[in-house]
Design a protein around this ligand. Structure first.
Ligand SMILES: [Ca+2]
Length: 200
């Protein structure tokens, strides 16, 4: 995986409020923490992923395709910091025509208002705790979401479901946050915030 640290620094610069392309969204509330919480001794690192190889045009096409064509389980995704140009899409081993159904848990260690943002290419549909957080479902070149305030009432593990696809040429999938009381710099959501249960 090419982590693209130089670009990440630029992204944080843009997201810190000096850029023109990022604006703030309305706060999202009502996320439901997993109840009961997943057993810590059963959690595995990273997010589970199933790949579907097709020339998708929108994230909404992935569930329908999955009803008729079995997917391929991939190696878990440890962190969403993919800025790979025309390289392989996530852990799929392919560079184009990839859909991904990504599932697991995301840990919010404290209560409060987080700021979440994504950069994507192509489409994304991210739900956490049953709420849609980022929705940019169609074919597009690299672009950032808004800065999205997300209210977390209860610390802990929340169910995460991310649909994503790469049609062709370049692909990008990055997830950023700023924790409550942070210093204004968004950073990648770290590896320790992602987990999944065996069988997901
Ligand atoms: Ca693309």
């Amino acid at each position: 995986m090419l982590r693209g640290f130089g670009f990440a620094a630029l992204a944080v610069f843009v997201l810190s409020g000096t850029g023109l392309s990022v604006s703030a969204a309305d706060k999202i509330t009502g996320l439901e923490v997993s109840a009961p919480q997943p057993a810590v001794d059963q959690l595995q690192p990273g997010l589970a992923v199933t790949y579907y190889f097709n020339k998708f045009e929108s994230t909404g096409e992935i569930p329908g395709w999955a009803k008729y064509k079995p997917g391929v389980k991939g190696e878990p995704i440890t962190i969403l910091d993919y800025f790979v140009g025309d390289g392989d899409v996530l852990t799929s081993g392919r560079a184009d025509h990839v859909g991904a159904d990504i599932r697991g848990y995301m840990n919010f260690p404290v209560a409060g208002t987080y700021t979440i943002a994504m950069q994507s290419n192509d489409g994304v549909d991210l739900k956490i705790g049953g709420k849609r957080i980022v929705y940019d479902p169609d074919v597009h070149s690299d672009r950032f979401s808004e800065l999205i305030p997300v209210e977390i009432a209860t610390p802990g593990w929340y169910p995460l479901h991310l649909l994503y696809f790469e049609k062709q040429v370049t692909s990008t999938l990055e997830l950023y946050w700023l924790k409550p009381g942070g210093d204004g710099q968004l950073d990648f959501v770290p590896e320790e915030a992602f987990a999944h249960l065996p069988g997901e």
